[in-house]
Design a protein. Structure first.
Length: 403
């Protein structure tokens, strides 16, 4: 009997202690609100390997609509997308939807209610080699586009690509032999998307989690996973101080350059870490070895804009110069030569330098800097084959000098 009352007494005391603890905790939190979360939990659309949660660029519209509205028209934003009628630039009209590969096969681009397909048939007997879906688009269409196809969770590049300057289909660059598909490894996605979760054991193959892909280069590619930031702003709509987001003005010059150099410093940088490990603000040299191309004469105009810029006198003599000195990543500036020439003249006015061109070109030369000092140059790496002719694609060099 005594044991019963003793246990009952202990249970009562434990219950009272628990209630008292909860009451004290509530009072403490009320008097110390800083220990409570200052942001709402946002359901992420993808999660980075470091645990950072992506909210999606659409979540930026509420506060940054003007920037969002211009950024969605940039080549960066359009560098990858799900394949549909708006993202595929190539034609599916009869007479415009085929190309012949090495006089062996005819590729036909087909649009049906179920999707978009590439079909290959032997020329001599019309036998169908394969018919594969175009699931993803790589490339904004400024120069061209390639198309990717899923096989379970493996991703492959298809044989046919679209070449914008000639408005026609052709074989994908580098695919000299007839083959249905080429694996799309993680390094490709690293420069054509905001994030893609690779599920290959070494993190570098062509297997992906389809639900953890963010197409295009959007806000969070440069500003970092932003779910925590979005949650904070939603919970504190009146605050004017941003939290939990990368601020470019606080980055060093090299950090700003590294943000672009990840994809614009050549394709020969051997990795130290799996793709997507690097985030803006990190030291790129901790994630990739230096480029093997040391001689500025061998630097390619396609993909190594950073190396070419760094070799320029403009860059060497301008301590704060970086890519955003001339480029606004939030706006589509494609083809706006006058805008870029004004950037040059803001430093190189007629009072500081005189153009040496003949008098007959003086008027043009004084207002058209980039044509002479950043000319369109054939790429050594971006060579396309149309019919039986190989053509080097011309890209504007970033080696600013006197030619």
């Amino acid at each position: 009997m005594h044991r019963y009352w003793r246990l009952r007494f202990l249970a009562k005391n434990l219950l009272l202690s628990a209630l008292l603890f909860c009451l004290l905790l509530i009072v403490y939190k009320c008097k110390n609100p800083e220990i409570a979360s200052d942001y709402y939990a946002i359901e992420p659309i993808a999660v980075h390997g470091n645990g950072g949660a992506f909210a999606g660029s659409a979540s930026c519209i509420a506060c940054h609509k003007d920037i969002y509205d211009t950024h969605v028209h940039t080549a960066h934003y359009k560098t990858s997308a799900l394949a549909d009628s708006s993202s595929i630039k190539g034609s599916f009209k009869t007479g415009e939807n085929t190309f012949t590969f090495n006089n062996r096969a005819v590729f036909t681009m087909i649009k049906t209610d179920s999707g978009f397909y590439q079909r290959a048939n032997f020329i001599h007997n019309q036998l169908e080699l394969f018919k594969l879906p175009s699931d993803i688009v790589f490339g904004s269409g400024t120069k061209g586009q390639s198309y990717l196809s899923w096989e379970d969770d493996k991703l492959f590049q298809l044989q046919a690509s679209y070449f914008t300057p000639e408005n026609r289909w052709m074989s994908s660059p580098g695919l000299e032999n007839l083959r249905a598909q080429r694996p799309v490894v993680a390094r490709c996605f690293e420069c054509h998307s905001t994030f893609a979760k690779n599920i290959t054991p070494n993190g570098r193959g062509n297997q992906y989690d389809k639900k953890n892909i963010i197409y295009g280069i959007d806000c969070e590619r440069c500003h970092g996973p932003a779910a925590k930031h979005v949650g904070y702003q939603q919970k504190n709509p009146k605050t004017r101080t941003a939290k939990y987001i990368l601020k470019y003005k606080e980055l060093s010059r090299q950090q700003r350059l590294d943000a672009c150099a990840l994809c614009h410093s050549g394709g020969n940088r051997a990795p130290k870490e799996p793709p997507f490990s690097f985030l803006v603000g990190d030291d790129l040299d901790k994630f990739y070895f230096p480029n093997e191309e040391d001689d500025e004469d061998t630097l390619d105009v396609h993909g190594n804009q950073y190396g070419l810029l760094a070799s320029s006198a403009c860059f060497k003599n301008s301590p704060q110069m970086d890519c955003t000195t001339c480029h606004n990543p939030h706006e589509n500036e494609r083809g706006e030569s006058e805008l870029f020439n004004l950037k040059c003249m803001s430093c190189h006015s007629q009072s500081t330098i005189s153009c040496k061109k003949e008098d007959t070109h003086a008027n043009t030369s004084m207002t058209d800097c980039i044509t002479c000092h950043m000319p369109l140059t054939p790429s050594k790496s971006m060579v396309i084959k149309v019919d039986s002719t190989k053509t080097a694609v011309k890209v504007r060099t970033h080696n600013i000098t006197i030619y």
